[in-house]
Design a protein around this ligand. Structure first.
Ligand code: SF4
Ligand code: FES
Length: 242
């Protein structure tokens, strides 16, 4: 018998008024096939109603993050071969409302992201005709933290985003830290005040799920730890009112 990839895929359409279910699909073996390719095969040849999200197909846009075989992964970067000798379960990322099947509503994620003002605030006009220079060591502080593709895997793995919908969350906090460590940004105090509120860094219980979940091997937990240190220093700098 020819080999097949075996999947069990979460299905749900809130408009149907039916309970969520899992459907089994067998996809003919093809060398080098990714999970995203397998989903295309299912949609094109077996069940045209299967909904999933993708864009770049190259591990860059973050759209295809899913819970695959017990871990958060990018479907376009995961080989379907993991489903050769066992049936692999695929679910949507968690802690976000489901629109249909593997597609979630990212609005709550983007709402938190907007809160941290996710762009450089240099505070002055750039010197005419010149870039804002950084030393090598200043630039090195941005290594890794600028590689976030906003896939929301960390957000979905975090127990705190599940219990506090207002929690800023690991992805947005990693981005806030990206600007706090950037020598060109002049709004550190404002950002630290923002991330130090009741739904900010102090909500993090240092579970480390976010760093384990990140498909780009980033360390949101490390960024949150740095923000806690800097927020404490910022607080201690303020004159006492007692
Ligand atoms: S930190 Fe990692 S897991 Fe979180 S959004 Fe960025 S790339 Fe995805
Ligand atoms: S489709 Fe863009 S990261 Fe997978």
């Amino acid at each position: 018998m020819s080999q097949v990839f075996k999947f069990s895929i979460f299905r749900f359409d809130p408009d149907e008024g039916k309970k969520p279910r899992f459907d089994n699909f067998d996809v003919p073996f093809k060398a080098g096939m990714t999970i995203l390719d397998a989903l295309f095969h299912i949609q094109g040849h077996i069940d045209t109603s299967l909904a999933f999200r993708f864009s770049c197909r190259a591990g860059v846009c973050g759209s295809c993050a899913m819970h695959i075989d017990g871990k958060y992964k990018l479907a376009c970067e995961t080989q379907a071969s993991i489903a050769l000798n066992k049936r692999v379960t695929i679910r949507p990322i968690a802690h976000l409302p489901i629109i249909r099947d593997l597609v979630v509503d990212m609005k709550p994620f983007w709402d938190q992201y907007k809160r941290i003002i996710p762009y450089l605030m240099p505070g002055d006009v750039a010197p005419e005709g010149r870039e804002r220079y950084q030393t090598t060591s200043e630039r090195q502080k941005l290594d890794h933290v600028i590689d976030c593709i906003l896939c929301a895997s960390c957000h979905s793995s975090c127990p705190m985003t599940a219990s506090d919908p207002e929690y800023i969350g690991p992805a947005a906090l990693l981005k806030a830290n990206r600007f706090v460590v950037d020598s060109r940004d002049q709004s550190t105090a404002q950002r630290l005040q923002m991330v130090g509120d009741e739904h900010g860094v102090w909500r993090c219980h240092t579970v480390f799920n976010c760093s384990l979940a990140c498909p780009k091997d980033l360390d949101p937990a490390g960024s949150i730890a740095n923000l806690k240190r800097e927020a404490t220093k910022n607080f201690l700098k303020k004159p006492s009112t007692r």
